[in-house]
Design a protein around this ligand. Structure first.
Ligand code: ADP
Ligand code: MG
Length: 265
């Protein structure tokens, strides 16, 4: 990590944000998916992003983690430029991303899945056959505790509910000790009880991490959001508290023909 951060090519900024996105554009074969998006994420802050389908929400996360090439603009992590760096390097620096679809080992237990995700783990075989240190066991227990999975530790992932599988994925991201966690529609396909518990899990996580959440369930957004950003057609349309955004005329107009944004999801 130090080696990467001390690279000569790294550019410093004056911001003290954990993650800083400055005027980022992403272009796919001539189509501008992001037209110059700027946002800052502070230490242990939750930023929630909403916006209609195709607004560029997932593309923004892809750009941050190095998966979609940034055509212009800059992304800084703790003041160090990470724009267009290798996704592996960005993850190693401390930006963790959960994708929309669970990517877990179904045949393994919840505990084993977290064990495989621990930082510094190389390969399934050596990970599962090497004796775990007590520090690693404590780490896994802490991660499972924070994601409401402690009583499921020895359960194979295949017998978990859809919601619980999503939490396993969040736990796997946590196991890598990122300082920023990016969650793309973490409640997709969940029951309302699971959605609510996910909100509680995120509120626990944000005690130690900065969190960016893409979401369109407005009940859930109200549960977790402090600062809300609305993306529309690759641009930031509005930013503020949930109430400010809901009453923003530009936002109301985008969620066409609807009185208020909370009936538009
Ligand atoms: P959202 O997550 O807000 O629904 P996306 O970021 O997935 O939106 O997509 C934004 C726009 O960019 C959409 O029009 C989508 O079709 C386009 N897009 C996303 N990824 C790619 C890609 N890899 N290649 C071409 N177009 C893409
Ligand atoms: Mg998306």
């Amino acid at each position: 990590m130090d080696a990467v951060l001390s690279e000569k090519s790294v550019t410093q900024t004056k911001t003290d944000a954990v993650l800083s996105v400055k005027d980022v554009k992403v272009v796919f074969s001539g189509f501008q998916a992001l037209k110059g998006v700027t946002l800052d994420i502070g230490d242990r802050e939750i930023v929630t992003i909403i916006g209609p389908n195709g607004a560029g929400k997932s593309t923004l996360l892809d750009a941050i983690v190095g998966k979609s090439p940034v055509a212009s603009g800059h992304i800084y992590y703790h003041g160090h430029e990470i724009t267009n760096k290798n996704p592996y390097e960005i993850a190693r620096l401390g930006v963790g991303r959960k994708f929309q679809n669970p990517n877990v080992y179904n045949e393994l237990t919840v505990f084993e899945n977290i064990q495989l995700a621990l930082k510094g783990t190389h390969g399934i075989w050596s990970s599962l056959t090497t004796k775990l240190t007590s520090a690693k066991k404590d780490k896994i227990a802490s991660v499972l505790d924070r994601t409401s999975l402690l009583d499921k530790a020895m359960t194979p992932v295949s017998s978990l509910s859809h919601g619980q599988k999503q939490w396993v994925e969040i736990a796997m991201v946590l196991a890598q000790d990122p300082s920023v966690i990016l969650l793309d529609e973490p409640t997709a396909g969940m029951t309302s009880d699971e959605t609510h518990l996910t909100g509680e899990i995120i509120q626990t996580i944000v005690q130690d991490h900065s969190v960016v959440v893409i979401e369109h369930d407005m009940e859930f957004v109200k549960q977790i959001a402090r600062r809300l950003i609305v993306l529309h057609q690759g641009e930031k349309l509005a930013e503020g508290t949930v109430a400010e955004v809901q009453n923003n005329p530009k936002v109301v107009e985008v969620y066409l023909g609807r009185e208020r944004i909370d009936v538009a999801a």
